[in-house]
Design a protein around this ligand. Sequence first.
Ligand code: PEP
Ligand code: MN
Length: 360
Amino acid sequence: MLTQLLPISAWSKQLNDEHLFIAGPCSAESRTQMLETAHLIRNIPAIRAFRAGIWKPRTRPGSFEGIGEKGLEWLREVKQETGLLTATEVAYPDHVEKCLQYDVDILWIGARTTGNPFSVQEIAEALRGSDKIILVKNPTNPDLDLWIGAIERFANTGITKLGAIHRGFYPFEKTRLRNIPKWELVIELKRLYPNLPIIGDPSHIAGSPDFIEEISQKALDLNYNGLMIESHITPKLAKSDAAQQVTPAWLANMLERLQIRTEISDNPIIIDTLEQFRQQIDSIDHQLIELLAQRCDISRKIGNYKHEHNLSIFQLRRWENIIQSRIKHGKELNLPEEHLSKLLQTIHKMSIQLQSSGDN
Ligand code: PEP
Ligand code: MN
């Protein structure tokens, strides 16, 4: 069934290439917030659709759970006033019915719902015969089959405007990102279903504006078909996901810097191989940094020891020895002397500073 999918350019007359950029607040909060944000977003040329959560699935009860049906009226006004397509999350058949009634263009399935095949099947049944655009977020746990299963349930009820949204996976350890991307799962999804459009959700992966650009560029480098980014007129005041929302002006600037590298191969095998190399590099860098941190710890200990025994910190003979022996070792391993020597100078400088920074 996944062979009958339509490309993005055939999803709507507003979409004329194979990319779809969606932006808007995490949640609909008020009519003014919706309309003001939408008018600013409409001026960003790449953006064709406006998102806003009307019913919010929250990890804990008591957080803002969405504005409900009146948000759909505001979404309808957004569409009438700006011409943008509109998008919201559905979790129940009843949500689907309301969205059909208010003519929302794009319905997405949230990460928590994708993980539940009963709910997905019910939503898919409610959509039977409709020609809405359906985007299925990945489940919170990195289970590719569960994600594919949800996508198949929509394809099986005749949905042809179907895509996936990659929003990252729940991190079991603390990471700098809110959700771990696990890009390799998406690469595998693309390899299995090359005609399934994939939209990146850098906001939920990053969890903070600090990493949104990096994640967005990475998604485009992997030939994603677009992005969905949370944008709010006053992010700090947002009732949900305040930490990761950006203003429309911030978004416009970033989108201008992003590059869609069409010269990058769309051959999944080449993308996959490159990704494997990059993962090796990531792992090695990680180890390099840990080793460097261990080296610094020892430098601090040496500093204290020299201090206790009244020895000078900089000992020329020792430094000459380090340089010579390391360069010789590096040469044996084909490392260019010029760069290695600079690296060693920097490491030595760091070590001297740590040794002399007093009581370590
Ligand atoms: C959202 O898009 O605001 C949202 C709730 O996302 P997710 O289902 O990915 O957590
Ligand atoms: Mn959100």
